[in-house]
Design a protein around this ligand. Structure first.
Ligand code: NAD
Ligand code: UGA
Length: 435
């Protein structure tokens, strides 16, 4: 049993802290956001993440998990301290490290004995060393020792609990054997593959992994665009490519490009890191540029089907960047809906969990919001799928056809077979497949 503090109780800190507590460790999750901590104390989970609530409840009740804003006390009571605060994109593309620095300073101020300080946030190469130096400077003459470890997180939103409990690998970047062994031991119950490296390599692995997955997506989207021009079907192209185990079919789903809080931010941060050392990472530029263009192709397809968007009603189905999350950060909907509105359309926006959040971000000028798909499609000239929620994948197409004004679909996620949509009498445009 280890005593752990997790600083930052967001998507990563809350899920990984909860999973560590489930394996018998005593975990204190801290945040500066008092409202978040109050909600968590009442089992009111601030994020939508399947399977998280029962796991939090179970571990709080057995005394393994607690929530607090009293970060100083939590630091003093723990042997291992995870930093899991946000590292958002700054206007230059650089990762904003102000939250990481604030957390490190807080640790330095309250440390009373040997601590392993683990950076779980996604941070540019060199940050672990910077954290080490910053803490050392703050400690000054006080006689407390510590080690800094990099232990990047690889979970996906929407399946975060599953990904964490069944983690494929743990990367442990450290400056010494003692701290590496402590973090390796912490991962033993997960029965996962472990790679121990130095700090810089661990930090680079995280960016390289995300940039590579983003590259696969932009690559298949480019192939999809070619498929449209040559009459091929990208679904089968992905399937055929994926049969080669060297390629793997994962992350070859063509669509409207990647969104979310990670790929857009981390590809930009890696580009910034390249610029800082005068390395021309032109392949990464192309990945980013391809992704930005890809999210707009559904707008063009809607225009093709409707002639002119002016005065038309478009039901946008799915607002989050992927299903099973309430996260709207860099969601394609945030670019697509304003483009539809600029074209003169009225938007009826559906999302089962993030409709209210989307309203806060996009406003109500020509846009109405629904949690019910069938209400959203009422009177629509066109339905436009942006997120493959279960409600979308399993919608009653006969009912939808009765409710809409025109039976027209643009599908940015290739949810339906061409044959099915033809049989049901819809004009249907998807991505990378023959019309
Ligand atoms: P998030 O925004 O959901 O949560 C960050 C939390 O940190 C917030 O609750 C915030 O209030 C808190 N915080 C900020 N400063 C603090 C401080 N000084 N003390 C205590 N709490 C503080 O962020 P997230 O999505 O969990 O991401 C965290 C990091 O993990 C990022 O670097 C991200 O790139 C990385 N990551 C995220 C995911 C993901 O799926 N979201 C997956 C892997 C890695
Ligand atoms: C991603 C990585 O998958 C995680 O390993 C990583 O930990 C995380 O980023 C992070 O660093 O924060 P996440 O962004 O939660 O996780 O979700 P993904 O399932 O990777 O999807 C990202 C985006 O790519 C979504 O918009 C999704 O629709 C899109 N995508 C994914 C595709 O367009 N095609 C695919 O084949 C796969």
């Amino acid at each position: 049993m280890k005593k752990i503090t997790v600083i930052g109780t967001g998507y990563v800190g809350l899920v990984s802290g909860t999973c560590f507590s489930d394996y018998g460790n005593r975990v204190i999750c801290c945040d500066i956001d008092a409202k978040k901590i109050d909600r968590l104390k009442n089992y009111d989970i601030p994020i939508y993440e399947p399977g998280l609530e029962p796991l939090v409840r179970k571990n709080v009740e057995r005394g393994n998990l607690s929530f607090t804003t009293d970060i100083s006390n939590a630091i003093q009571e723990s042997d291992i301290i995870f930093i899991a605060v946000g590292t958002p994109m700054s206007p230059s593309g650089e990762a904003d490290l102000s939250y990481v620095k604030a957390a490190a300073e807080m640790i330095a101020s309250h440390m009373n004995s040997y601590k392993v300080i683990v950076v779980k946030s996604t941070v540019p190469v060199g940050t672990g060393r910077m954290v080490q130096k910053l803490i050392q400077e703050h400690i000054g003459e006080r006689l407390v020792s510590f080690d800094v470890v990099s232990n990047p997180e690889f979970l996906r939103e929407g399946s975060a609990v599953y990904d964490c409990m069944n983690m494929e690998r743990a990367i442990i970047g450290s400056t010494g054997e003692q701290s590496a062994d402590i973090i390796r031991e912490l991962h033993a119950p997960f029965e996962t593959k472990v790679l121990v490296t130095d700090l810089e390599t661990a930090e680079m692995i995280k960016y390289a992994a995300n940039a590579f997955l983003a590259t696969k997506i932009s690559f298949i989207n480019s192939i999809a665009n070619l498929c449209e021009r040559y009459g091929a079907d990208v679904g089968h192209v992905s399937e055929g490519m994926g049969m080669d185990s060297r390629i793997s079919g994962k992350f070859l789903q063509a669509g409207i490009g990647y969104g979310g809080s990670c790929f857009p931010k981390d590809t930009e941060a890696l580009r910034y890191m390249s610029q800082q050392v005068d390395y021309d990472f032109s392949m990464l530029d192309a990945v980013i540029q391809t992704n930005e263009a890809q999210r707009m192709i559904v707008v063009r397809k809607a225009q093709d089907l409707l002639g002119d968007l002016g005065g038309k009603t478009i039901a946008v189905l799915g607002l989050t960047f992927k299903p099973d999350t309430d996260d709207l950060r860099y969601a394609p909907s945030l670019d697509v809906i304003p483009a539809l509105v600029r074209g003169g359309a009225y938007v009826r926006a559906f999302d089962p969990v993030a409709a209210h959040e989307a309203e806060m971000l996009l406003g109500t000028e020509r846009i109405t919001y629904y949690r019910d798909l069938y209400e959203a499609v009422e009177g629509a000239d066109l339905c436009l799928i942006l997120t493959e929620w279960e409600d979308v994948l399993h919608m009653d197409l006969a009912r939808v056809k009765e409710l809409v004004k025109q039976p027209k679909f643009v599908d940015g996620r290739n949810c339906f077979s061409l044959e099915l949509m033809r049989q049901r009498g819809f004009s249907y445009r998807s991505v990378g497949r023959p019309d």
